[in-house]
Ligand binder design. Structure first.
Ligand code: HEC
Length: 126
């Protein structure tokens, strides 16, 4: 499923400003970079999941299934990193969730998705 261009460009603007504000730079090694994940999250995810990751994005009222609250430690702790990775890469349907959760394999590399997963772990569990 694709998100409408208007939604994405609003997110991209926000994301760009975050990058300028920003703490993030790609790390040299293999370990996931949560700061880069945060910048990606601010670009692609906040319109549904909310700027604070609480599931209250600007699009949430228009969705028949509510976006996951990524700050919900109990729910998020019940997911493995692989579950989260798959949901992001292949979309909600791949993990028996709503098709309203888009697939992001066209927008992000596997490495970038790992960075986003690292950021989700900061959101929920730190
Ligand atoms: C168009 C709105 C929308 C966008 C944009 C979106 N999501 Fe979602 N997402 C959803 C919805 C709705 C669900 C809930 C699906 C369900 O519970 O069936 C969801 C669920 C998820 C889940 C699964 C949570 C669980 O319960 O296992 C993850 C992980 C996730 N989103 C991450 C992301 C990330 C990371 C991004 C940005 C790259 C993103 N989402 C962008 C709507 C969106």
């Amino acid at each position: 499923m694709r998100v409408s261009p208007a939604i994405v460009s609003a997110g991209a603007l926000l994301g760009a400003s975050m990058l300028f504000a920003g703490a993030s730079h790609a790390s040299g090694g293999n370990s996931a970079n949560a700061a880069n994940g945060k910048a990606l999250y601010q670009t692609y995810c906040v319109q549904c999941h909310g700027v604070n990751g609480d599931g209250k994005g600007i699009n949430a009222p228009h969705l028949s299934v509510q976006p996951r609250n990524h700050t919900d430690r109990t729910e998020m702790s019940a997911r493995t990193d692989e579950d989260l990775f798959k949901a992001i890469k292949e979309g909600g349907q791949a993990v028996n969730k709503s098709v309203l959760m888009p697939n992001w394999d066209g927008n992000m590399s596997d490495e970038e998705i790992h960075d986003v997963v690292a950021y989700l772990r900061e959101l929920c569990c730190k």
